[in-house]
Ligand binder design. Structure first.
Ligand SMILES: [Zn+2]
Length: 91
């Protein structure tokens, strides 16, 4: 198993509790937290193709591998956008 099998999420909570996309994040450890386990996430945006948030290795050792996937959140968000779109069409 390589490291690439680890789940890489593109959404995280910021310090104020808002959900942000990795594109809005500053690379590094800047107060980002996992939507699943609330552990510290590190925005990985330097010298890599796909920007994502990664768990702090220390936390993963403590709690084991987090299996939260933000696919669930993404689907939810798409649903919300679709709903807004439908409302705009109706109104
Ligand atoms: Zn997590």
């Amino acid at each position: 198993m390589s490291k690439s099998s680890h789940i890489h999420n593109v959404y995280a909570h910021n310090e104020t509790g808002d959900i942000i996309h990795v594109s809005q994040a500053e690379s590094g450890r800047n107060g980002y937290f996992c939507l699943g386990c609330q552990c510290i996430l590190i925005a990985k945006k330097r010298n890599i193709l796909i920007h994502h948030f990664a768990h702090d290795a220390k936390d993963v050792k403590k709690i084991g591998m987090c299996t939260f996937s933000d696919e669930t959140y993404t689907l939810h968000e798409i649903g919300q956008k679709y709903q807004v779109l439908m409302l705009n069409l109706i109104l």
